[in-house]
Design a protein around this ligand. Structure first.
Ligand code: ZN
Length: 904
């Protein structure tokens, strides 16, 4: 018996022109393929692969043809399984399987068994003559058997002990007595679009029973009309005139129903948004600042006095297997014509050396304020920078290129062969742009730290960017995108910085290069893992590796700000919407880890989360760029959430141990080092750049985004430098006094963020608390207007002017959206920006919290460096104490964010 994949595929490719011309057609069914109507699951799927590819009906050309995707379980060995489940039992008599074999880590299995669910047991299915599934490459392996009825079919794959296994396609033949299944329709991703701008909608529809399908797009709800280019094409475009929220539906109907006649459908939610970017905003770079906040003084000190010196010591170890400064020393020797050793460690090992260097530069911006330990650590950092900068510069090739893995080659590949490996499409994993991006950012930070007096590293950073610009670009230059995003956001930062230092327009070429790199992504198709599945302007869902993703989105927000364009804005807004409202943990962390270091499906947020520390840093960068793009306080709300609840917990209170992953339910202690040390400098560079997250400049004034006891200068606020001093013990106390000291009296708008604790649709805090209370300017009470989430005070500001206000703080209970199954029946506690954890160090944490239990906030000076704890009683009457999330796991035991709630 031959089974052919037999169903209708209406649209699979992104080739719009081709699809627009195509009408729904049919591949004539020989036998219905019931795989189409099944839900597919597995013991494990590799992050590089897509499980649903096995049921997509593609006909592979070979066992290495993954053009329509494949399932693989690399790097797992041993027995793995893939399973189809149907909502109603099916009657089947055969399967056909096309094995995936990439000739590397994934090979045809050594054995395969087909099992059906039979009551509580799995029973093997064999052919009448006892034959089982064959294991031939490059063809469909078919197995015909006597009809059986089941609702679950499992294929068990046994590898050869050294390799993983995989499947490209798996069809299941209908024996004729199966129930009717609806056509299966996948709609396009939810999105945000601009009024009057066309957005492309692509649906796929398949029928288990074969036969022609008729497609229809319609508007289910929304405030205005929707115009479809062709409402009966699987791939079409739509435009909207009126802002608001819409629901569209795509329906597939069997034209000539053989079995069943119901319609399959999928809905897509579209937000039509008219908000335009706020032109003229700019960053306040982190230069000299004082800290008075007890919380931040202590945390920043732990980073400067303990964490950074620890990273420096690691980098200095000549035999560090992750490859520290020695890689740069060796590259310098080689470039000077002296004997050298090969590159050590991962291809990206220069990256964490350089993000540590950036963190060292940023650490110098904080005034030691008489703390001799901080001052001594800073002098040691300064000395180390003086030693390292010449080493870094010597490792840069004469034309500006930098990446010691390429310069030195590795143990297998030396000399010219290695040199020829720059920007090779088959070597995207070399992390050339990832490393280069950190080099550029460290160069900027070093220039800032020197007060602009030492331009060596800054010039080297520009030279590196120039080298890229020389080779990468429109023809005759070459196309390029990096396997791991980072250089894009670094180039946008460089563009803005060069404009600031050398004059407007001088940095434009770097922004152009960044935009070109972004536009190369997905041009020829690719994978979710590194966000190349489609061009970036058509990406609406956060997918793939989470750090790569948020670094990309941060750069896309910069691109939208630099050169606008409705498609960039729509993509960035859609990605933000999907990330924040479907895939973000309540801590602000991202990446559930259900795909390789990446995202799971919408609302899939298990509390054993991956949430890499680098992804939290990237999340902060993305929200900061969105804040610069739109000037709306909702982005600064998220910056605050991420800073306090995702990033601040990455290093322990002593600053001696860190964590790579950040689960919301964990008993894992932090550790000194990780075999992949990407996060070690990323964490302090983000946490120590406080003034950058605290303030933004507008064309007409200054915005205050965060409330931290501190003093710094915001330069050039409508033409004058303004010293801003915040006196506050926030987040433990809501009273804030802002003192403004402009260089000369000046009219400008002061925008004070009015915090909202409801930053994501996923989590709802009660009671609702917000607003700013008791605001007074120089003692005079004032009721400011609130624009885009900021209280705006426009007046002539004179040295010594004081603004006082109170941010209401009280305990809030957070409930997760019903779709987040992991958090159902549970509640999380918040106090201002701080989320709380229940720790087994304080009490058993399996207790239930009564929904009406009284919870009070209490300051405890002696606990965890001084924190406000939340106290109350579980429903069985035993007392509990919850501690801030950032202080979790400092006393051993288990720590959870979401505690059980009594449903009474
Ligand atoms: Zn990392």
């Amino acid at each position: 018996m031959t089974l052919k994949p037999a169903f209708v595929i209406l649209a699979l490719t992104a080739s719009l022109a081709g699809l627009m011309a195509r009408t729904p057609t049919t591949a004539v069914a020989q036998q219905a393929n019931l795989a189409v109507a099944a839900r597919v699951s597995t013991s494990f799927v590799s992050g590089h692969e897509t499980l649903t590819a096995v049921q997509d009906g593609a006909s592979p050309r070979s066992s290495d043809d993954t053009s329509h995707g494949a399932y693989g379980n690399w790097p797992k060995h041993g027995v793995q399984w893939v399973q189809y489940s149907w909502t109603r039992p099916v009657n089947i008599n055969g399967v056909a399987v096309y094995w995936y074999d990439d000739n590397r880590g994934v090979r045809v299995p050594q054995a395969a068994r087909l099992l059906r669910r039979d009551g509580n047991l799995w029973t093997e299915i064999k052919a009448a003559d006892g034959k089982t599934l064959s294991l031939r490459k490059d063809t469909f392996n078919t197995l015909a058997f006597a009809p059986v009825t089941t609702d679950k079919l499992r294929m068990e794959l046994t590898g050869n002990g050294k390799s993983s296994t995989g499947v490209i396609e798996w069809t299941v033949g209908d024996a004729g007595k199966s129930p009717a299944f609806l056509p299966v329709v996948s709609g396009p991703a939810d999105r945000v679009v601009r009024p009057g701008v066309k957005t492309e909608l692509v649906a796929t529809a398949r029928s288990a029973s074969g036969g022609d399908l008729a497609i229809a797009w319609s508007r289910v709800s929304g405030p205005g009309a929707v115009a479809f280019d062709d409402p009966n094409a699987a791939s079409t475009c739509a435009s909207f005139t009126t802002p608001g929220e819409y629901v569209l539906r795509v329906t597939a109907r069997l034209v000539a129903a053989r079995i069943g006649s119901e319609d399959g459908s999928a809905d897509v939610h579209v937000k039509v948004r008219a908000e335009q970017p706020l032109v003229g905003q700019s960053e306040v770079l982190t230069r000299h600042y004082n800290l008075t906040s007890p919380l931040w003084k202590a945390r920043s000190k732990a980073l400067i006095v303990n964490w950074i010196p620890h990273c420096v010591a690691q980098i200095d170890k000549p035999d560090l297997r992750e490859g520290g400064i020695q890689n740069l020393v060796e590259a310098g020797k080689k470039l000077a014509g002296r004997p050298s050793k090969p590159h050590v460690g991962y291809p990206f090992s220069n990256a964490w050396v350089l993000n540590t260097v950036e963190a060292m530069c940023v650490a110098l911006a904080r005034d030691a304020d008489g703390d001799t330990e901080v001052a001594n650590a800073q002098s040691a950092i300064r000395k180390k920078l003086d030693e390292w900068v010449p080493v870094i510069l010597a490792a840069q090739e004469p034309d500006g290129y930098f990446q010691t893995r390429i310069t030195l080659g590795d143990a297998r590949e030396k000399g010219q062969a290695a040199l020829a490996r720059r920007w090779r499409a088959e070597l995207r994993g070399e992390h050339e742009g990832y490393v280069a991006g950190y080099f550029i950012e460290a160069g900027i930070a070093h220039h800032i730290a020197s007060g602009g007096t030492d331009a060596r590293f800054y010039e080297a950073a520009k030279k590196l960017a120039d080298c890229w610009a020389e080779h990468i670009g429109p023809p005759p230059k070459q196309e390029w995108y990096d396997g791991h995003e980072e250089i894009e956001q670094a180039l946008f930062r460089l563009a803005a910085y060069v404009d600031g230092v050398e004059g407007a327009g001088k940095g434009r070429k770097y922004a152009r290069l960044a935009r070109f790199l972004l536009d190369c992504r997905g041009r020829h198709g690719g994978q979710d893992y590194d966000q190349t599945q489609v061009p970036v302007t058509r990406q609406y869902r956060a997918v793939g590796h989470a750090v790569r993703a948020v670094y990309l989105y941060s750069a896309m927000a910069s691109a939208a700000r630099a050169s606008g364009g409705a498609n960039y804005l729509s993509a960035v807004d859609s990605l933000w919407n999907n990330l924040v409202n479907r895939k973000m943990y309540i801590t602000g962390g991202v990446g559930s880890g259900e795909t390789s270091e990446g995202f799971g499906r919408d609302y899939s947020l298990p509390n054993d989360a991956y949430c890499e520390s680098c992804a939290s840093a990237g999340m902060l960068f993305f929200q900061h760029q969105m804040s610069l793009l739109y000037g709306d306080a909702r982005y600064a709300d998220l910056c605050e959430d991420v800073l306090y609840n995702a990033l601040l917990s990455d290093v322990d209170l002593s600053g001696r141990n860190f964590t790579y992953t950040n689960a919301l339910d964990t008993d894992e202690a932090r550790y000194k080092w990780h075999v992949c040390p990407c996060c070690v400098g990323n964490i302090p560079r983000a946490l120590l750049s406080l003034p950058t997250w605290m303030y933004t400049r507008q064309a007409d004034g200054l915005a205050v985004n965060l409330f931290i006891g501190s003093k710094t200068t915001a330069p050039n606020v409508t033409g004058t430098d303004v010293v801003v001093t915040q006196a506050t013990n926030y987040p433990w106390d809501g009273k804030v006094t802002l003192q403004l000291d402009p260089g000369s009296p000046k009219v400008f708008a002061l925008r004070i963020r009015v915090p909202s604790r409801h930053a994501s649709e996923l989590y709802t805090p009660t009671p609702a608390i917000g607003g700013i209370e008791a605001l007074a300017v120089n003692g005079q009470t004032l009721t400011p207007t609130v624009e885009q989430g900021y209280a705006v005070i426009r007046r002539t500001w004179t040295a010594g002017d004081r603004v006082e206000f109170t941010l209401p703080l009280s305990v809030q209970r957070e409930k997760a959206n019903k779709a987040v199954t992991a958090d159902q029946g549970r509640v999380a506690l918040r106090y201002g920006p701080i989320l709380y954890n229940f720790e087994s160090a304080d009490q058993p944490i399996d207790g239930k919290l009564d929904s009406s239990a009284r919870i009070t906030a209490q300051w405890r000076r002696e606990l965890l460096g001084g924190v406000t704890v939340l106290r109350g009683k579980f429903s069985d009457g035993t007392p509990f104490q919850a501690v801030p999330d950032f202080a979790r796991n400092n006393r051993g035991g288990r720590s959870i964010v979401w505690v059980k709630e009594d449903s009474r």
